[in-house]
Ligand binder design. Sequence first.
Ligand SMILES: Nc1nc2c(ncn2[C@@H]2O[C@H](COP(=O)(O)OP(=O)(O)OP(=O)(O)O)[C@@H](O)[C@H]2O)c(=O)[nH]1
Length: 300
Amino acid sequence: MSTRCAVVALAGPPNAGKSTLINRAVGAKVSIVTHKVQTTRTRVRGIALQGDTQLVFVDTPGIFVSPKRRLERAMVAAAWDATEDADLVVVLHDARKPADDEQVSLVLEGLAKRKCKRVVLAINKVDDVRRESLLALAQNLNAAYPFERVFMISALTGDGVEDLLAWLAAQAPEGPWLYPEDEISDLPQRLLAAEITREKLFLHLHDELPYSLTVETEAWESFRDGSVKITQTIYVQREAHKRMAIGAKGATVRKIRGLAQKELEEMLETRVHLFLFVKVRERWVEDPERYRDWGLDYRS
Ligand SMILES: Nc1nc2c(ncn2[C@@H]2O[C@H](COP(=O)(O)OP(=O)(O)OP(=O)(O)O)[C@@H](O)[C@H]2O)c(=O)[nH]1
């Protein structure tokens, strides 16, 4: 089978609907692929399969910033490099915003100065505006930058998304996939499973725990009877947070485990054995590898 692969730079300001679009494209509730998956210059936000074509969506967050400090300038330059490296660029525009919106103007000016290969516009959230306003919006945006194509989509309802994906896939050059299939098909499930546990933690710990808490799915084992054993670690930054997450005699983590396991069973339609560990990973934000294994295990 001849394969195709394209790196697609997704240029959408915060809130344009990138995560929603990626979730739909990937076909699973996964908003971030992982910090572990990287192309040379930028973070991979999601990987979608369209038949024999792999579409690797990369992020371009910096291009919406007017850089002042040196670090910002470096970040913006890297993001622009990512758009130049990409096979295709999708500018995602929120249909509720005007064509001369400051952030989109910044991007269109930048695009005009660069050698981006192929740039298309996807006007998102079309479910939330009057249809009649869309034509003028598309014309105005096209006047500011000559897009190769304009797509009208609703990442939320899925309207138009298949057309966009099919078009992107058809443009993808022939070549090997950047990521193995099992890696990408396994990844969303692992992440989703971690997100489910994180959600339960937030719902039940209220404001007590800081937002720095993370959950990682460490192992995923499938058994012959169809059941799955999922092992996750909840990383917190301090001993006090660990005690909070565990609760008196383990009551909190047990409750979280029960709720998360139930939701996982519904999602996977099979029996799930969920094992949760709580670990302290001090300053993991700054140096995740170094502090990864600090702290004691707690098994629920
Ligand atoms: N009505 C409508 N809302 C949408 C659509 N797509 C996304 N949204 C909403 O817009 C908000 C932002 O969507 P996200 O997908 O998180 O946006 P994002 O671009 O990933 O945002 P960042 O992660 O901050 O970069 C959410 O409340 C979505 O539900 C759409 O097609 N229609």
